[in-house]
Design a protein around this ligand. Structure first.
Ligand code: ADP
Ligand code: MG
Length: 251
């Protein structure tokens, strides 16, 4: 299918003999947002890291569009350019202004003219509400602002797909929504994404499809309204219940 952006086929990955991914498959179509949830340690980060080549897989295959990207050592950086990734920790270079952080990839890796890339960067900063921070140093930004810059930086590489790994996990609560609203905006604009998050209300709002990963396998997959309101497996039910609290007043 030509509109498939990412296809992960039966991948296995172990660390020190322990299977962390044990036959994971997934497919993400153009413009689709797939949210991956599951308990800590189930393999979510490893899955995303395998997709963008930060980890090698033991077996199985990964395709970007029709191109096989797993198992290759040549031109790995060219493949990685097409896959944007943002992590929990914003890794902006502290000594470089926001704009210089943003332009590093587009000018050095993609060879785009600086003026043209800078114009686009300013437009994108405007879109995420950070136009006035364009020439500030990262240390003058809040955590939420840094993550919005990290999203802009990833988007300026014009990736085919964006992988987000718990990008709000280190933020103060009031900063979470300012970052997640940018992600919703990107989703609406048609960006293809795989998102790992523990923000369940955001997950439900942004997802076209949800994968529930447990102990290295996809235990359940479905539309968000199904998964969050009528999960099929007992394990997913328990997982979702862990996000709710019993009331003090109802014994
Ligand atoms: P999640 O993101 O779902 O919390 P991870 O993918 O980070 O889970 O980790 C899955 C399992 O793999 C965990 O048991 C973790 O300790 C282990 N693991 C992850 N990366 C490594 C590594 N580089 N070396 C050894 N074990 C690892
Ligand atoms: Mg993780």
């Amino acid at each position: 299918m030509s509109d498939t952006i990412l296809r992960v086929e039966n991948i296995y990955k172990s660390f020190d003999g322990t299977g962390v991914l044990r036959g994971v498959s997934m497919e993400i179509r153009e413009g689709e947002v797939v949210v991956i949830v599951g308990p800590s340690g189930c393999g979510k980060s490893t899955l995303l890291r395998c997709v963008n080549g930060l980890e090698t897989i033991d077996s199985g295959s990964i395709f970007l569009r029709e191109e096989k990207i797993s198992g290759r050592t040549k031109d790995l950086h060219l493949v990685r350019q097409k896959i944007g990734m943002v992590f929990q920790s914003y890794d902006l270079f502290p000594h470089m202004k926001v704009m210089d952080n943003l332009l590093l990839g587009p000018t050095k890796a993609l060879g785009r003219p600086r003026a043209e890339a800078e114009k686009e960067a300013l437009e994108m900063l405007e879109r995420v509400g950070l136009r006035e921070k364009a020439y500030a140093l990262p240390r003058t930004l809040s955590g939420g602002q840094k993550q919005r810059v990290a999203l802009v930086r990833a988007m300026l590489m014009r990736p085919e797909i964006l992988l987000l790994d718990e990008i709000t996990a280190a933020l103060d609560p009031e900063m979470v929504s300012e970052v997640l609203n940018v992600v919703i905006d990107l989703a609406r604009s048609g960006m293809t994404m795989a998102i790992v998050t523990h923000e369940m209300r955001f997950a439900e709002a942004v997802a076209d499809r949800v994968l529930f990963l447990e102990d290295g396998v996809v235990l359940e997959e479905g539309r968000p309204e199904e998964f969050f309101h009528a999960p099929k497996t007992e394990r997913a039910q328990r997982f979702l219940q862990s996000f709710t609290y019993a009331s003090k007043r109802e014994a």
